[in-house]
Design a protein around this ligand. Structure first.
Ligand code: SF4
Length: 325
């Protein structure tokens, strides 16, 4: 099954592979960013350089609590909060349509979840962790996009979810920009099993929306469809949902597959359930059966190839299925 993929547009923290712009003049090697470079269009940005801090520069810190965070440079006693807020408004407000963000973990500007927060600028004690000031603005303005930090992307499941989502959003962006009903119908049909794996509820809502659509209302329909898409992909698919989809797909072979083949397939599902086999191994079996028995519907489903197969890498940080969002 060879798919053509729309190229996702991804904003990336510039110190990840692109520039020596860390506070200490370093560039951070990021294997995943390097790997996907030829499959996406990156828009690198360094918020701290954009607000006028030099390279190298003295470190900055987040001071205060969640709702009243300030960005502060202890060595110069500069409060950089207003500058960063202004940059966030201008940069994010003027951004072309993008599909995702890959941010640098641990940074008071870019971290998605783990920037240290301090109680006081003079005698700082760590009081908690949260998003950096740029990342918080990203999450507020683009809650539906694929947003991750490069540290979390070393986990296989988070990486798979990110790639699935960002390539799906790029595909939908192309469909929405063309604004044609038949494009939306085709998108919905091709992503049906993927949507089933992520959210049966949204699959039904989106199916009704597409069935009731007509050419005159397309901008509104596209907007509503996109909202459902964002909600459906807000969390990753549970493994039990994947099993439901795989059983559904097995139904397409009820006449052709032999009793032994079906028993073998169910054995593979047991191994997947017990985390002893990756999903891709079962999808490979379904793919070969689809080719053998000419199941064009299944061959056209993005579920079997959600992103370019060259990007599949099963290395993992070891956190497995229990990884939190
Ligand atoms: S983490 Fe963000 S602000 Fe810090 S150097 Fe990298 S891109 Fe710049």
């Amino acid at each position: 099954m060879t798919r053509t993929f729309a190229k996702p547009v991804i904003v990336v923290s510039k110190c990840l592979e692109f520039d020596k712009c860390r506070y200490n003049g370093a560039v951070i090697p990021a294997k995943f960013v390097r790997k996907i470079t030829e499959y996406v269009r990156f828009l690198p940005v360094c918020p701290e350089v954009e607000i006028g801090l030099g390279i190298p520069r003295d470190p900055i810190k987040l001071i205060g609590a969640d709702d009243e965070l300030r960005l502060y440079q202890p060595s110069t006693r500069l409060d950089l909060t207003a500058r960063m807020n202004r940059f966030n408004r201008q940069f994010l407000g003027g951004l072309e349509e993008v599909d995702g963000f890959i941010l640098k973990f641990g940074s008071p500007s870019c971290a998605l979840k783990d920037a240290k927060m301090y109680n006081d600028e003079l005698n700082p004690i760590v009081t908690g962790k949260g998003p950096g000031m740029f990342a918080a603005a990203v999450l507020e303005r683009f809650p539906g996009l694929a947003v991750e930090d490069e540290g979390r992307l070393s986990n296989f499941r988070l990486r798979e979810h990110f790639l699935t989502k960002v390539f799906m959003l790029a595909d939908f962006r192309r469909v929405r920009q063309l604004g044609r009903l038949h494009g939306l119908v085709d998108f919905h049909a091709r992503h049906k099993l993927m949507l089933m794996a992520y959210s049966q509820k949204h699959l039904r809502l989106m199916g009704r929306l597409v069935a009731g659509a007509n050419g005159a209302r397309m901008p509104r329909v596209m907007g509503e469809y996109q909202s459902h898409l964002f909600e459906a992909f807000a969390r990753y698919a549970r493994y039990t949902s994947h099993i439901n989809v795989l059983m559904h797909a097995l139904g397409y072979f009820k006449k052709e597959a032999t009793t032994r083949e079906k028993a073998h397939f169910l054995g593979l599902l047991d191994k997947f359930r017990a985390e002893r086999l990756p999903l891709s191994a079962i999808l490979a079996v379904l793919h070969s059966w689809s080719l053998k028995y000419n199941k064009e519907y299944l061959l056209g489903q993005t579920y079997f190839e959600p992103y370019p197969e060259e990007l599949i890498e099963i290395s993992d940080s070891g956190l497995g299925r229990n990884t939190r969002y």
